[in-house]
Design a protein around this ligand. Sequence first.
Ligand code: 13P
Length: 230
Amino acid sequence: MIYAANFKTNHTRKSTQAYLEALNKKLDAKKSEDKVYIFPPMTALDIYEGAFTVGTQNAYPVHNGAITGEIGLEQLDEFDIKTILIGHSERREVLNESQDKVSQKFSFYKAENFEIIYCIGEPLHIREQGFESVIHYLREQFDGIDMHYEKLIIAYEPIWAIGTGRSATTDEIRTTHSALKQVIPDVPLLYGGSVKPANIKEITEISGVDGVLVGSASLDVESFSQMVLS
Ligand code: 13P
């Protein structure tokens, strides 16, 4: 299983250091085949030692240059960061990142051999139109993306389940993951959206779920490590 924590705009450099130290102690008990990823805010990126991989929540597709407010490859290289989240719905929706921009980032960081957690997910009005609309919408989020990239992980995160406390039902997750697995059978597929200690077991037991991407419930190290060790 893959357990990924997306801190979003939470935690500081100092609290991330304390978190990772505490987490690493807990990870002594983790199954060796399980993988843990942490995506802290950019100000907390650093070289950390431990049984986890630190990645960036975002980066611009440049080595360096004049892109005010963004970071590029040079800033990631400083801390040996080789893992990136691309296509998170908050960047698509709040920051208006188009599919075109998302796929440019994908191609750039693929060319740099990054491990990419690529996020897809539908808004509520699409879910309400029925399953065919959902699958059609999700497939459009594959436009310009190399689905055969060997360092690709997909995270399916229905937008209506993010930060709402209402996870998708096990049936909704099972049917959506199974449809996605028909398109991308060999790509690890994570579920994200209100994953928490109370529902981790039932979610990771669903066939077609290879791991989870956790927001709010990952912010507390006890809660996240409880999920990893569940
Ligand atoms: P929540 O776990 O807070 O719903 O967030 C999910 C998410 O967006 C992870 O990337």
